[in-house]
Design a protein around this ligand. Structure first.
Ligand code: FES
Length: 106
């Protein structure tokens, strides 16, 4: 298998405690989160209904949805509170020379 690296953002664009919505061509929008200096990428759309988690709130490793207040662990993708039940998809990333890349396996 080969791995395709796609540039998501500059690491400096996502400060600790911050989130950034990134839309790559041909993909659903992703959410890059900075949890205590470490970056994670998950789907940006809530699995409960149509809402952008980037408009919610990140508290530690938990993102709260702006629409109904459900939450997810952005490190594991797991749903943490109702009405969210289905996990968020998590995406592998790599940080090299201050740039954040999405790793896509072909
Ligand atoms: Fe996110 Fe309902 S759309 S909790």
């Amino acid at each position: 298998i080969s791995v395709d690296r796609r540039l998501l953002c500059e690491a400096g664009e996502v400060a600790p405690g911050g989130m950034l919505r990134v839309q790559l061509e041909g993909m659903d929008p992703l959410l890059v989160c900075n949890v205590d200096g470490k970056l994670y990428a998950v789907d940006d759309e809530c699995t409960h209904a149509i809402a952008s988690l980037s408009e919610g709130r990140l508290q530690g490793n938990i993102v709260f949805c702006p629409l109904h207040g459900g939450s997810f662990d952005v490190c594991s993708g797991k749903a943490k509170s109702l009405p969210c039940k289905q996990a968020l998809r998590t995406w592998p990333i790599e940080v090299t020379d201050g740039k954040v890349y999405l790793l896509l396996k072909n």
